[in-house]
Every structure is written in C-alpha cells, then in structure tokens.
Design a protein around this ligand. Sequence first.
Ligand SMILES: *Cc1c(COP(=O)(O)O)cnc(C)c1O
Length: 228
Amino acid sequence: MSTIAENIAKVRARIREAAHASGRDFAAVGLLAVSKTQSADAVRQAHAEGVRYFGENYLQEALAKQDELSDLDLIWHFIGPIQSNKTKLIAENFQWVHSVDRLKVAERLAAQRPAHLPALNVCLQVNVSGEASKSGCTPQELPALAQAVTQLPQLKLRGLMTIPEPTEDAAEQHAAFARLRALRDNLQLDLDTLSMGMSHDLEAAIAEGATWVRVGTALFGARDYGPR
Ligand SMILES: *Cc1c(COP(=O)(O)O)cnc(C)c1O
C-alpha cells in the first residue's frame, strides 16, 4: 500500500469511529480531501482508493490539476479565500464553494455560473472564533447574508463552513463546532451541510454534526509551500 492509501484507510477509520461514538451514520460524513499544494499524482492515488471529493484553495493551481486529471470522475470544491476577480473561473470550474463570506461574491458567482450547469452548491463561511484576522462573516452578519443568498439564481445554499482558531483543547473544539451548528439551526432554512473539522479536530466536528470534514495533512502529509 502506498502511504496515501494507508493514510486514507486511517482517516476513514477515524471518521467511522467518531461517527459511531456519536451515534451518527458513517455515510453522512463526507471526506473532502484537501489537495492544495499536492501533485496531480497524489490526487490520482487518492482517487484509486475511492476518494472522489477534492478541495482546493488556489485557483490557478486547481485549474492546472483539473486539466491534468480530466480523465477522472472528480468533484471539485473551492475552499479558499475568494477575490472577486476570481469568481468567474470558480463558478465555471467547481461544483461546490465553501468559502462565500460576502454578498458581492455570491452575486458574482450567481451571475457567472453557466446556465448549462446545475446550481453551484454554496456554503457560507462563518468566523466563530472572533479573531479579526480570520475570513468568514460574523455571526451577526449571517442571517441577512443567508437570506440574500437563497434569493440568487444558479446558487444552492447548502449550509455553513468554519475554520476555528486552532486549539488542542477538545472542549474548545467542540464549543466552536457546536456554535456553527446552532447558527445553522437558527437560520431555519433547511440547510443540510456543516463543513467543519480538519486533520487535527475532525472527531470533535463529527460529534457536533459535520457533514464534510476537510482533510489535508492526515491524507497527503505535510504541505510544502515552496516556490509557487
Ligand atoms: C488547508 C485547509 C484544510 C486542511 O487542513 P489540514 O489541517 O491539512 O487537514 C481544510 N480546510 C481549509 C479551508 C483549508 O484551507
């Protein structure tokens, strides 16, 4: 077995155990493999193990990889910060976007999503840790943003995403993810998606209701940001 295959088996076992521990169905937790900075060959190895969903943060890198892997049946998710001048290529080349945090970006994605494609699945990124530096709308901004996004054509609002302040404290991890779930529930918009949990905290996220865990390092090893 390749290292990537071994890592995938380990991550799947972690997801299964966490789902079991909280009485949830393993199948209700999607594994989004975060392949930013990783090679097309690494994605190919993961695909060979049955991984279908890949998350990318950097548009140009993602488009090059998609091109190289166009023979595979992959579902691409955009999960990085979005500059408004990048929305057209994102709308054209991804099935999901997890990182919408302002109306202007949502409006552009809606206008630029090609009519022949199904609606773009969208999550609103929320900052649940309250740090000024992190992306994501505030919990206060969320209700109006969510309402507005549900009115846009060619977008399907699926749920919420968050990247909490990293912590090894399990109670703090749980609290942040529970906050995102409560924000989702309070919207009363019939949203089926909570995108939360990464390599170091996916157990807490699954316990609090994650439907996508976004996992990079635990699948592909440490990232080498090198010259890009
Ligand atoms: C890089 C990244 C991840 C994956 O993080 P790991 O700690 O490597 O699992 C998940 N979500 C987002 C938004 C990321 O940018």
